[in-house]
Design a protein around this ligand. Structure first.
Ligand code: YH5
Length: 266
């Protein structure tokens, strides 16, 4: 797949019963459909469907549970839309079933490090987002540590690109993501955001997800998730301005307006 030269909006659809900001709202396919239609009308280019909660402290889910959450939703979306769908998973079997059901993109917060993920992604021949995470969701936010966060995240992503290419994944199918909030303090996240130009300069399309994350809450005197929307949109605009190609967001309409402003100034 060849990405056009524009900033894509990836709308978040959580199908986990424990999602922080939309706690279990979108578990029923009917409810999920409503949210997907709203995001598409508002300007989403991609719908990102995740059945494993990867927020800090989240527990593991079984393959069966993850499949039960995501596959019916993908099948239902395919009955009314040919929009791009990404599947937010680290499990090879979920990647496979999701793509067979109509998903177009793999979004893996573990950068294809789980069993059979590299070979499965190569075989499915769809774009894949390789994200950096230090540790595992359960414990990643307890004392993250780096000597040089930008260098370490860049080196990790480069190593995963090398592994992906060696497994037969096409260069044009690789997307990279520094993984904001995944085993990072506020200072780590800010250092990475200041270095966005360095990630863009790799030539691989860059995906950024900061929407409603606790890094914004920390800057805003511990604002709760539903009061982090303006800050999320500002960060999205700053990212788009610097050449970020995919913005993973909860608030699609607000982000689409911000991108329109950024584009008008080019
Ligand atoms: C990402 O950055 N993030 S799930 C905690 C929050 C708010 C939001 C406490 N999947 C990313 O969105 N995939 C997630 O407030 C992702 N990049 C990619 N590629 C975490 C999330 C969130 C967590």
């Amino acid at each position: 797949m060849k990405f056009e030269d524009k900033t894509y909006i990836m709308g978040i659809l959580n199908v986990t019963p424990d999602s922080f900001s939309d706690g279990g709202q979108f578990v029923k396919p009917g409810d999920a459909v409503k949210q997907v239609k709203k995001m598409l009308v508002e300007g989403a280019d991609i719908i990102d469907i995740g059945g494993e909660s990867t927020r800090p402290g989240a527990k593991d889910v079984s393959v069966e549970e993850e499949l039960n959450r995501v596959i019916p939703v993908i099948q239902t979306i395919r009955q009314f839309s040919d929009c791009l769908i990404s599947i937010d998973t680290s499990k090879a079997s979920v990647m496979r079933e999701a793509v067979l059901a109509g998903a177009n993109i793999i979004n893996d917060v573990r950068a294809l490090q789980e069993d059979n993920a590299l070979s499965t992604a190569a075989e499915l021949d769809v774009p894949v987002c390789l994200m950096h995470m230090q540790g595992q969701p359960r414990s990643m936010q307890n004392k993250p540590r780096y000597n040089d966060v930008v260098a370490e995240v860049k080196d990790f992503l480069q190593a995963r690109i090398t592994a992906s290419l060696a497994a037969g994944i096409h260069k044009d199918n690789i997307i990279i993501d520094p993984g904001f909030g995944f085993g990072k303090t506020l200072e780590h996240n800010l250092s990475l955001f200041r270095a966005i130009d360095k990630f863009v300069a790799t030539g691989y399309p860059l995906l950024v997800g900061v929407s409603r994350k606790s890094m914004l809450g920390k800057i805003l005197n511990d604002a709760p998730a539903d009061e982090r929307i303006y800050a999320s949109v500002v960060m999205a605009a700053l990212a788009a301005q610097q050449g970020v190609r995919i913005l993973r967001v909860h608030d699609v309409k607000a982000t689409a307006d911000a991108i329109a402003i950024v584009n008008s100034l080019k």
